[in-house]
Design a protein around this ligand. Structure first.
Ligand SMILES: Cc1ncc(COP(=O)(O)O)c(C=O)c1O
Length: 404
């Protein structure tokens, strides 16, 4: 295991006080904080190496290009992709889903085809497919989940063209059995798109062993900057995909009546990319590798056990998600009888505790659970039992103030 106090000291923002109280940052599923090494990597890029990539022959441009491509290699190794060309830099998970729905979807989805999503998906993994289905007169099939969030809906006989599923839920924490879903989907002749926004930051992900065709995640949820994300696509599929956006940087030859496009991955990165973001992501990955993804998962399971045991003792408090902590990531959505999650979050803020409240971009899931909103505490490698204690103290305070 690792020294959490040492890890915490690597994140400057975590020494801040909020409303006169020590900050307990428990909103990591929304975005994580950044260690000094990531801040330094971005700073170093702009201070010493800033230039556009894949364009100039001067030294700075070559340095910037090398740093950008090195980041791509780090990402590929981190998720065990076979080739760096299978990694496309995007703005984040949302852009990655839109890219696939637009580029792969418009070419491959035809009238009457089926696109499968699940009841647990984030809006980002629903709406692009919904629009594609409407545009193509295709069917959007919603696979059901059980109470713990595991996909139960069968693909057998459905013959979908694509199955879009999250690896880990941003509300229930549920970790889906992606290997099984991939096997079943492939037997049906479907491709598999995995939204890994809540998985890659918290556990070891191996896209080869998952055997998914597409895998997306966001840098900002894994210690890295906002505005940089990743889309992994199996090479043989990517090579046959049309560009998503067009313009500079993604072409071979341009005439007024036609253009030919660059090889992968450049074909999918039109315009000046977020180079400092990619460099920052590389530094974030280095940091996560130094700590070890298995250690991070284990640390979060420890916090989950500690907090679930305490939260479940609070009268009127209901937690959601799998009972087996090994099958969920380090977050807990909950409701507290008689107190709206937004009011709870406001009182917690007075104690320096940052949580999220609302529908967390999963309205269909909340409709299924028959609740308008939940409060959500989400952990990461720098969180401690003291943060959980501060959360519990804040909950008691909210009950004192709001239930009078
Ligand atoms: C499961 C899931 N998918 C997709 C997203 C969208 O990620 P981004 O806003 O970084 O594009 C999120 C972000 O909260 C998420 O939790």
């Amino acid at each position: 295991m690792f020294d959490v106090a040492k890890v915490k000291s690597d994140f400057p923002i975590l020494s801040r006080e909020i409303n006169g109280k020590k900050l307990s940052y428990l909103d990591n599923a929304a975005t994580s904080q950044k260690p000094q090494v990531v801040i330094d990597a971005i700073n170093n890029f702009y201070k010493n190496h800033n230039a556009n990539v894949h364009r100039g022959v001067h030294t700075l441009s070559e340095e910037a290009t090398a740093m950008y491509e090195e980041a791509r290699e780090k990402v590929a190794r981190f998720i065990n992709a076979r080739h760096p060309e299978e990694i496309i830099f995007t703005k984040g998970t949302t852009e990655a889903v839109n890219l696939v729905a637009y580029s792969w979807g418009r070419k491959n989805i035809k009238k009457g085809d089926t696109i499968a999503v699940t009841e647990i998906e984030h809006h980002s993994n629903i709406i692009p497919w919904q629009i594609l289905a409407k545009e193509k007169n295709a069917n959007l099939k919603v696979l059901s989940i059980d109470e713990e969030g595991f996909v139960t809906g069968s693909l057998q006989g459905l013959k979908p063209k694509i199955v879009a599923v999250s690896h880990a839920s941003n509300v229930l924490g549920t970790i889906q059995e992606i290997k099984d879903i991939s096997r079943e989907a492939h037997l049906e002749g479907a491709l598999v798109f995995v939204d890994g926004a809540q998985a890659v930051p918290h556990m070891k992900v191996d896209v080869l062993s998952l055997d998914c065709d597409f895998y997306a995640f966001s840098g900002h949820k894994m210690l890295s900057p906002m505005g940089i994300g990743v889309l992994y696509v199996k090479k043989e599929i990517l090579e046959n995909m049309e560009p998503y956006q067009v313009g500079g940087g993604m072409i071979k030859e341009v005439f007024f009546d036609r253009a030919t496009y660059a090889d992968i991955p450049g074909r999918f990165e039109a315009g000046t990319p977020n180079v400092s973001g990619a460099v920052g992501l590389g530094a974030g990955i280095d940091y996560l590798n130094r700590i070890g993804m298995e250690n991070i998962s284990e640390h979060e399971v420890g916090l989950l056990n500690y907090s679930l045991a305490k939260l479940n003792l609070v009268p009127g408090l209901k937690t959601y998600g799998p009972t087996d902590v090994k099958r969920r990531t380090g977050l807990i959505a909950f409701t507290l009888e008689g107190i709206h999650p937004h009011d709870l979050a406001s009182v917690l803020d007075t104690e320096g505790v940052a949580i999220r409240s609302g529908h967390h971009c999963t309205m269909p899931l909340h409709n299924k659970l028959k609740i308008p909103a939940t409060a959500r505490a989400s952990f990461y490698l720098y969180n401690t039992k003291e943060d959980v204690d501060a959360l519990l103290y804040g909950i008691e305070k909210a009950e004192r103030i709001l239930k009078r």
